[in-house]
Design a protein around this ligand. Structure first.
Ligand code: HEC
Ligand code: HEC
Length: 348
């Protein structure tokens, strides 16, 4: 959960070491903070099995724009599986062409986050999936309308029966969310250059990338960005040492404060997962920064109180580039054909 300030600072200085250790020492140090993405999807928090039927249904729901009130927006609109799981916009645009308040984070590897959203307000992927469908600025739909839409198409009803065998009422909003969760759990990106290095291949990283990894640890970035997702597992003030300007950190988005309503959580956000970071610009919950080097520069100043030199910034950016893993190749599912009973899309 939230680490104390002292612990964060301690972790930063305790890990300071020589400029570039040999590969074995570098790997040993890295393994204290980071973990390679497993080749197999993890167990779900609900304990539910990830079955082929559930994953296939989840993919259909993820790609189906008819889950939105307008018939225009699907999960894929804002979490494009071909674009690293993001929409590449400063903040997402949804129902009525409204721009939402935050940048869309990737759903790739999201199953490894301790909680979902920039402020961690959804405990897991299934809880998360119910949010965008109902959000006024996203898909603007209602659970009843989603279930009515699904029930209107026999192919969907059959898919729910196959994915949730033996249930009396398989076509439900809860199962909609569980199927999407199972699909998203398969959207992981193993075998990045960094993971190959962690697993023992010295040559997977070049000298600059190794310097970057060393700097990432020496400077203390790993105090907050660690674990499988190199983040996504703890909450910290954005501006722990020095608050960035309102151009980067808009004043009206106070992060976890809105979730917990405790003063300690003012401008606290989840340490962003850094997997695939080189392909998911723009950066920060505000989406205000397009250049990864600028984002690293801001992080060093705001979270560590340190101005990094150009060479170190370049090294860290090169290292971050090695976090791009194998992207899941998803075949766009063929979606069930509408019937006379299918609710018509509403004008926006
Ligand atoms: C209109 C754009 C839009 C649509 C449509 C949309 N999302 Fe999102 N998604 C976002 C934004 C923006 C956030 C971050 C919101 C926040 O943190 O408050 C987000 C957050 C997430 C996260 C959390 C990732 C993390 O690292 O915390 C997941 C997972 C996700 N969405 C999955 C979905 C699924 C599944 C659907 C379809 C049911 C969907 N989204 C539909 C824009 C969208
Ligand atoms: C004290 C904790 C902490 C430390 C130390 C820290 N970060 Fe962060 N990092 C965060 C938080 C919190 C966010 C999310 C900020 C937001 O809300 O936009 C973040 C976001 C980022 C992002 C943007 C991610 C995205 O998806 O937009 C990058 C890149 C990043 N950090 C890199 C670094 C690097 C490199 C270092 C070391 C120089 C570092 N961080 C040190 C907590 C930290």
């Amino acid at each position: 959960m939230k680490r104390s300030l002292a612990l964060v600072l301690l972790a930063g200085s305790a890990l300071a070491g020589p400029a570039l250790a040999d590969d074995a020492a570098l790997r040993a140090a890295a393994k204290e903070s980071f973990e390679a993405i497993p080749m197999q999807p993890p167990a779900l928090p609900s304990g539910a099995a990830i079955t082929r039927e559930k994953v296939d249904l989840g993919a259909m729901l993820f790609f189906d724009p008819r889950m939105s009130k307008s018939g225009l927006f699907s999960c894929q609109s804002c979490h494009n599986v071909g674009l690293g799981g993001v929409d590449g916009l400063e903040t997402s645009v949804g129902h009525g062409w409204q721009a939402g308040p935050r940048n869309a984070p990737t759903m790739l590897n999201a199953v490894y986050n301790i909680a979902q959203f920039w402020d961690g307000r959804a405990p897991d992927l299934a809880a998360q999936a119910k949010g965008p469908v109902q959000a006024g600025v996203e898909m603007n739909n209602t659970p009843d309308q989603v279930v009515a839409t699904l029930n209107s198409m026999p192919a969907y009803v059959e898919s729910f029966q196959a994915a949730f065998p033996g249930e009396n009422d398989p076509v439900s909003f809860d199962n909609f969310a569980l199927a999407i969760e199972a699909f998203e759990a398969t959207l992981v990106t193993p075998n990045s250059k960094f993971d190959q290095f962690l697993m023992g291949q010295d040559g997977a990283l070049n000298e600059q990338e190794k310097r970057g990894l060393q700097a990432f640890m020496d400077k203390g970035c790993n105090a907050c960005h660690n674990g499988i997702n190199m983040g996504g597992n703890g909450y910290y003030p954005f501006g722990l040492i020095e608050k960035p300007g309102a151009d980067i950190l808009p004043e009206d988005d106070r992060g976890r404060f809105a979730v917990t309503e405790t003063a300690d959580d003012d401008y606290v956000f989840r340490a962003a997962p850094l997997r695939n970071i080189a392909i998911t610009a723009p950066y920060f919950h505000s989406g205000k920064v397009w250049d990864l080097k600028v984002a690293v520069d801001i992080m060093a100043e705001s979270q560590l109180g340190e101005k990094l030199d150009e060479a170190t910034l370049d090294d860290i950016v090169a290292f971050l580039g090695t976090l791009t893993g194998e992207q899941p190749e998803v075949v766009h599912p063929i979606l069930p054909v509408r019937t006379g009973a299918t609710p018509k899309p509403a004008p926006m």
